[in-house]
Design a protein around this ligand. Structure first.
Ligand code: B12
Length: 294
């Protein structure tokens, strides 16, 4: 089934919308009730983006596993951008189609831009490390409609692909039948992600966003210093980076291709039925701008 042409639609219901979306090459699709989303922090209700919203259509595209396990993260970054492109294009296409049928619809991109918080919106205090937030937490939307669960690596795990998928959504007025949440129990807390995390963001019982952001964005294993005694170590680290890296050229590349510095928490996760046969047994370390520098 392909996306219908104008005037050819009999009804807009959940099975039909899912078929349109799958026909575009999307691997997983499920629908959440916009008024009953599992909310993240900071809270991002769909009804704050569209007060008349009835449904949130959540879509996932599996990553290329070859790219996930490639020796250099740049290869994954480019492949990730293509999954985002497919998701965003589909969200635009289906959103427009729903609007043609009379339902206001808002695509929520798989990618940036995101909201940037230099200060804590609750207290007004400056964060040690700037924080960012999506307009909807796609992981939480995916949990709401039973697509998966959030694992020990703080990522959405699905039975099919484990953490190896990218997410995107459409907020819409279309009153589509919602899929129920599911108890999946996919993560057995094997600890591989905690061990692999180069920034120390993942602990056995939690995830700290600040060290993850510092490493993911710059390859820095230290946070900006607060106490006087933290300065020498920080300066030493910056000098090491400046000796080995050309940050200006890197920045230029990041503007063109949204370069990441880390996917270790995703890479080492063994969950995902569809990957059982092709998952490589050996996992060579993946090079990025931050690797090899303390
Ligand atoms: C911003 C962002 C980041 C930031 C911050 C992450 C974060 N957890 O908030 C950084 C750059 C660090 C990041 C890292 C990564 N991300 Co990211 N990220 C997002 C984005 C755009 C928004 C996430 C969000 O809203 N988080 C807020 C809540 C939901 O996060 P939380 O983890 O539950 O809770 C943290 C926050 O609340 C934060 N916090 C606490 N107080 C405050 C206060 C304020 C004001 C703010 C803003 C935050 C904040 O601390 C909590 C944890 O300690 C989403 C896309 C989207 N729109 O959802 C992708 C997304 C979550 N990222 C994704 C991925 C893959 C990654 C990385 C692997 C990096 C990479 N190379 O791609 C790592 C994994 C980190 C991890 N293990 O969690 C995928 C996950 C797919 C999946 N299978 O689950 C998503 C869904 C993108 C997508 N389109 O698929 N990401």
């Amino acid at each position: 089934m392909s996306v219908p042409i104008k005037g050819s639609i009999d009804k807009v219901d959940a099975p039909t919308v899912k078929q349109w979306i799958q026909a575009e090459g999307i691997d997983l699709v499920a629908i959440a009730d916009a008024r009953n989303l599992s909310l993240a922090f900071p809270t991002r209700p769909a009804t704050a983006l569209m007060p008349s919203a009835r449904s949130v259509i959540v879509m996932a595209v599996a990553h290329s596993l070859g790219a996930v396990y490639s020796p250099n993260i740049m290869l994954w970054t480019r492949s990730k951008m293509q999954t985002s492109r497919l998701l965003d294009e589909t969200a635009e296409k289906i959103g427009r189609l729903l609007e043609r049928e009379g339902f206001l619809s808002l695509p929520i991109s798989a990618d940036k831009p995101v909201e940037i918080f230099k200060h804590d919106p609750e207290t007004g205090k400056k964060f040690r490390q700037t924080r960012t937030s999506g307009f909807i937490s796609l992981k939480h939307a995916a949990v709401s409609c039973g697509m998966g669960e959030i694992g020990g690596n703080n990522l959405l795990l699905t039975p099919e692909f484990g953490p190896h998928q990218r997410l995107c959504a459409i907020v819409t007025e279309a009153p589509l039948a919602a899929d129920p949440g599911r108890e999946l129990d996919l993560c057995n807390h094997c600890g591989r992600c905690v061990k692999a995390c180069p920034s120390g963001a993942l602990k056995d019982d939690r995830y700290d966003v600040d060290p993850c952001f510092a490493y993911w964005s710059s390859g820095f294993k230290r946070l900006p210093p607060v106490k006087f005694r933290e300065w020498p170590g920080y300066v030493r680290m910056i000098v090491q980076h400046l000796k080995r890296r050309d940050l200006l050229v890197e920045m230029g590349q990041t503007y063109i291709t949204d370069v990441d510095n880390c996917i270790e928490c995703m890479r080492v996760c063994p969950v995902g039925e569809n990957w059982k046969e092709i998952r490589p047994k050996l996992l060579p370390p993946q090079k990025s701008s931050g690797t090899e520098i303390q």
